[in-house]
Every structure is written in C-alpha cells, then in structure tokens.
Design a protein. Sequence first.
Length: 86
Amino acid sequence: MEHKVKLPLYLTWNALKRVLGWPYERSHTDRLETDPKYHHGDPFPRRGKVGKHRSAHVLWYTPDVLDWLKRRGLRVPENVEFIGGA
C-alpha cells in the first residue's frame, strides 16, 4: 500500500516553518531568494503575493520549494499529493 504525503499547493510563511520545518528567519529567506552572495547561483524560489498591497500575504509554490530542497540533497517525499489552499 502506497502512502501519500499531503501538502498544500501553496505555502504560507507559517506552513513553510511548520509543515516543512524551514529553519531560517524571514530576513535570511529573503537573502536566499535575492542575494547571489547567499544563494550561489541557485536561489530559493521567489515568493508571490496575494493582492497588491505591500503587506499582502506571501506564498511559495510548493513544488518549486520541494525541487529546491531536493537539489540541496535533502530528502523529499516522492509520493506527494497536493491539496488546495494554504
């Protein structure tokens, strides 16, 4: 019997921390997304915003985050089922 890992299709900041165990704070995550000094040619996936306001909630596309983690040599489940919502 194959066990499916259910993950949201989009990750909020809290889901990134709680579900995936993201160890970094917001400032370092931003550096990994934008600063070549920190990401060394393979930046962390860019966040998107829900809405146009500068304080709008940010989301990351889960498949992109999982691919980035896999490229870093971290174990990522192969049998992922994405559920709607964040």
